[in-house]
Design a protein around this ligand. Structure first.
Ligand SMILES: [Cu+2]
Ligand SMILES: [Zn+2]
Length: 189
């Protein structure tokens, strides 16, 4: 009995020592690098002109832990507000962008404004475009995933920029007008 207790103590000490070593090594690595944790997953969509608009841009998604951050920038757009959504198909083959289908709506709810009541998981919002034709929008959420293959995975979906603003009310897509930019969300590996 005493012998067993002794062995147990040795094992316990060993485990404790291992844990402390690991912890110290981990801290050293973080201190040495001094930079925030690298995003575990990334996806991008190159936005190309649709409906002969000349609009181009880029959408980049990065995930740290449960949080996905989205940054979109567009250029060559008319000044004012332009709706931007994630659409259900990662397909920009038709010149008018309609091949991207309707809004990505995996939770099967009404169209709306992000963060208020019901909204599609694709309802990003409106980009403010200045006189120089450029605009950006950012969104941070735990409602999306990157590259998991789950129903809330953004990879393989489309990004659509519209000619008009989203009114956040009209069904099923906010009365945002023609599709002037289109991109396919692809996993960065
Ligand atoms: Cu749209
Ligand atoms: Zn919508």
């Amino acid at each position: 009995m005493i012998k067993i207790l002794g062995i147990n103590r040795i094992i316990l000490l060993f485990l404790l020592f291992s844990a402390v070593s690991l912890l110290l090594t981990g801290c050293e690595v973080i201190e040495r690098s001094g930079i925030p944790p690298v995003p575990s997953k990334q996806a991008i969509a190159v936005i190309n002109s649709a409906s002969d608009s000349g609009v181009t841009g880029m959408a980049s998604f990065s995930q740290i832990g449960q949080t996905v951050m989205l940054h979109i920038e567009i250029k060559n757009a008319e000044s004012g507000q332009h709706a931007v959504h994630i659409h259900e198909n990662g397909d920009c083959s038709s010149p008018d962008g309609k091949s991207a289908g309707g809004h990505w709506n995996p939770t099967n709810v009404a169209h709306g404004k992000w963060g208020e009541g019901e909204f599609h998981l694709g309802d990003i919002g409106n980009i403010d475009v200045g006189e120089d034709g450029t605009g950006t929008i950012e969104l941070s959420t735990d409602l999306w995933e990157i590259g998991t293959g789950s129903m809330i995975d953004v990879v393989g979906k489309g990004i659509i920029v519209h000619a008009d603003a989203d009114d956040f009310t009209s069904q099923p897509s906010g009365n945002a007008g023609a599709r002037i930019g289109c991109g396919v969300i692809e996993l960065v590996e």
